[in-house]
Design a binder for this molecule. Structure first.
Ligand code: NAG
Ligand code: NAG
Ligand code: NAG
Ligand code: NAG
Ligand code: NAG
Ligand code: NAG
Ligand code: NAG
Ligand code: NAG
Ligand code: NAG
Ligand code: NAG
Length: 372
């Protein structure tokens, strides 16, 4: 099989040209110095950019703050208009919450406990999660950048435990692989106890439907009882921390502009490549976990089972490459990925886990283009 040369040639232009492919360019924040209600601001952002700003983690928060000199208050794309429908999140940004009833202590209740923070009990036989009130003082489990778990034998409430782990380690233990894993069991050594896990739930949602779990509430100002203050804002003169207010209030606001676009049309891999290069910039490449998380949120909206990426196998040379000419260093293959595959291209699973897999390039899927 002859390798389509044009793919390489076009890729070369990309190196010489102004390929903008750092995390910073996945999306940009725009501070809008006009006074609008939250809904007016949402309409404005959707018309001129992508949507009201969403925030993935602390680095995003820093970028958001750096995008203006203003020191006032500004709307962000988070609101509580869900009628109190609370959903669970893992504390660590990017770990998707997937309900698994067998991890929860339901005790015959339909809901996994009344509280909004997740603890795990270790008692003979009982090794389950439950939702309990966040203000209980409890021991807790942090994990570090080597993914090692640490049991901290200090009694504090959930919010403080989260701060403790984020400051001294990475975060509270997040994801069922950590929470139900073998390493967790060894920490307890048969001692009965209850400990905080990185689980919380709330009824706040992002304007664009993402389920980013990052929250940055200013605990001195934020009161979860003020139920008519259902729109969130950032207080730029308080380190950007968040508070909430009545949505009719007029405020400045932040929009975000997405540099990636999901095309909900089914095309073969090569058609998709040409479509992106003609109309935008290129098929998307994923070179780090931040990009993976950002794209994961996008592919949830796709209506094909896979979504094409700019990932291609060269039969002649025998390796996978990104059509943007970036090296395939970060990888997220499913179990049978990475093997050779002439006439194969890489696609992301739009269902659970969002792993990459090789697919025959004449299959028809949705795809993601980068805009610049
Ligand atoms: C924001 O600005 C501060 C101070 O100039 C800088 O230290 C920080 O790295 C910037 N944050 C980002 C994400 O660029
Ligand atoms: C922050 O700004 C608000 C008005 O936007 C003002 O009421 C408040 O006093 C300021 N706080 C500080 C610490 O400067
Ligand atoms: C609550 O929100 C979740 C996730 O957004 C949704 O799947 C579910 O249908 C909602 N439940 C109700 C009762 O609205
Ligand atoms: C739920 O957890 C159980 C026990 O850890 C596991 O065997 C099962 O495969 C999980 N189910 C799903 C849908 O992940
Ligand atoms: C957690 O403890 C701190 C310090 O004692 C307190 O300020 C905060 O309100 C508590 N949070 C909750 C949710 O109980
Ligand atoms: C970090 O750990 C130390 C004890 O090792 C503790 O005193 C401190 O409060 C922790 N930091 C935070 C932000 O919780
Ligand atoms: C969010 O809305 C629910 C239901 O309307 C309410 O119970 C809760 O107090 C609200 N939270 C905040 C912070 O306003
Ligand atoms: C919201 O609640 C506060 C305090 O309960 C009240 O003063 C205010 O008028 C309410 N605002 C609206 C728009 O209902
Ligand atoms: C897929 O998306 C397209 C464009 O939004 C729409 O026309 C089509 O009906 C969708 N198909 C399915 C199966 O959801
Ligand atoms: C794309 O293909 C999927 C099957 O993989 C199909 O369900 C969907 O309707 C197709 N979408 C469009 C826009 O044709």
């Amino acid at each position: 099989q002859a390798e389509p040369q044009h793919i390489f040639i076009l890729s070369y232009f990309c190196i010489l040209g102004q390929c903008c492919f750092f995390t910073c360019c996945l999306y940009e924040y725009h501070f809008i110095e006009e006074n609008k209600s939250w809904s007016e601001a949402q309409r404005y952002c959707r018309e001129k950019y992508t949507d009201l700003a969403k925030v993935f983690d602390m680095t995003d928060m820093s970028r958001l703050r750096n995008s203006t000199q203003n020191q006032g208050e500004a709307w962000i794309g988070l609101n509580n208009n869900t009628g109190g429908n609370r959903t669970w999140h893992w504390s660590l940004p990017g770990v998707e919450y997937i309900q698994n009833d067998s991890s929860w202590d339901q005790n015959g209740r339909t809901e996994p406990g009344p509280g909004n923070c997740g603890r795990k009990r270790y008692d003979n036989g009982d090794k389950k999660l439950a939702g309990v009130s966040c203000d209980h003082p409890m021991w807790f489990i942090c994990y570090d950048d080597k993914k090692t778990l640490h049991l901290i034998e200090t009694f504090i409430n959930w919010t403080e435990a989260q701060s403790y782990c984020r400051y001294n380690y990475t975060d509270l233990a997040s994801g069922l692989d950590q929470v139900d894993g073998e390493e967790m069991k060894t920490l307890f050594n048969g001692r009965p106890m209850s400990v905080w896990m990185g689980l919380f739930r709330d009824s706040w949602r992002w304007s664009d439907g993402s389920d980013f779990s990052f929250r940055y509430w200013d605990m001195e100002l934020f009161n979860d009882e003020q139920s008519n203050k259902t729109c969130a804002m950032t207080l730029l003169n308080r380190s950007g921390k968040w508070s909430s207010d009545e949505c009719d209030k007029k405020n400045h606001f932040f929009c975000y502009d997405d540099n990636l676009i999901l095309i909900k049309e089914n095309k073969t891999w090569e058609e998709a490549l040409y479509y992106c290069r003609e109309n935008y910039n290129d098929l998307v490449s994923i070179t780090n976990s931040d990009k993976q998380y950002w794209i994961q949120e996008k592919v949830k909206q796709a209506n094909s089972t896979y979504v094409w990426l700019g990932l291609r196998y060269t039969c002649t040379l025998g390796f996978w490459f990104w059509v943007t000419d970036e090296v395939v260093e970060y990888k997220n293959w499913d179990s049978d990925g990475t093997t050779d595959g002439c006439d194969m291209s890489g696609a992301m699973n739009s269902g659970s886990l969002h792993k990459w897999s090789k697919q025959a390039d004449n299959k028809m899927f949705n795809f993601i283009c980068s805009k610049k």
